[in-house]
Design a binder for this molecule. Sequence first.
Ligand code: NIG
Ligand code: FE
Length: 416
Amino acid sequence: MKLIENIAQLATCRAEGGQSEVHAVADAAMVWEGDTIRWVGPRRELPAEYQGAERLDAGGRLVVPGLVDCHTHLAFGGWRADEFTQRIEGAGYLEIARAGGGIARTVRLTREAGEEALYRRARAFVREMVALGVTTIECKSGYGLDREHELKLLRVYRRLAESEPVGIVPTFLGAHVVPPEYRERREAYVALLVDQLIPEVAARRLATYCDVFVEESAFSVEEGRRILLAGQAAGLASRLHADQLTSCGGAELAAEVGALSADHLEQVSDRGIAAMAESGVVAVSLPIASLYLGSTAMPARRLIGAGVGVAVATDFNPGSAPSYHLPFAMTLACTLQRMTPAESLKGATFFAAKALGLEQRVGSLEAGKAADIALMDAPDLQTWLYHLRPNACLLTVARGRIVWQAPDRRESGELA
Ligand code: NIG
Ligand code: FE
């Protein structure tokens, strides 16, 4: 049994109260046993039975639920730093893609990369994310785009799930773009996804979700519907890249098929927002991608106002979002999307868990939930997200185990 106490503020982030209510507890304590939380509340109310638990001192700081990054493209070959410069000089994201860059270029580099090299690189990313306080990571395939290389990426995620002490949840994104070799026969690629790859990925239990990039430059609403329904028939829950570059009905499709989430939504229509609210689809905002592409951010206030839950994630990928820094994305959600720090935190915890269908287990600090916590070097939530630092996380606990401690804290012995 473990007890963390001397917590200036503990944000439980439980479901009730919507986006802005994080249910903060002042001068708090929390008890866990094994991988599960037993008790959370004001320190003075700690039940006698827990008094003897092994103690950790939070040092008068902020404790939040282990962060949930519900949208990443974690494993890929190479980088695309030159495209970063080209976009700054005025080239468009799609213009670069048409010239052979963009997603297709990462596909080439990913196909060339060995499975072991991809695994080691992705593992290094995971460990840095854990040091930032992240304890659950959704990971998409989508840079293989053929049987051999999509399965290779999904096997990398399976290995990470086995080797790393945090939650790794895989998504099949075979429908990222139509690969170059199918450009003249896209129908055959959609058929390959629907008839072969989706059933095989599901049967091998290599993915939990099926994702489609619905966009003029990727897949149409009709193609997306076919692919997502094939995923559902095989047992894969749906999620979408929707309305990122153009308003093309992605949010409406997410609502129609009962997707867990619609992600991006920079160009979402009013009809799309209403449909999402009606069917309970979570909107996943990816403000790092908006920042890097210089696009208007997702209209988070309109979505929240309509009753849609908004999650915040990184979209970590080598093109539009080359950063896995979720606290940075959370600060951007505040500044670019006018979400309050409380709304942003609920977005990277409870609503991110909901976007993955995992809210019964992770994303909030409540008795019976996973003992996933992050201790931040700040007295409260608003100070943490206001003062952006390389890393404010002093301690990460995942499934009850300490998986990260800032070096100076380790030396001070305060947490040992
Ligand atoms: O989520 N929108 C599509 N896919 C990625 C970008 C991937 C890339 O540029 O490599 C995204 O932003
Ligand atoms: Fe993405």
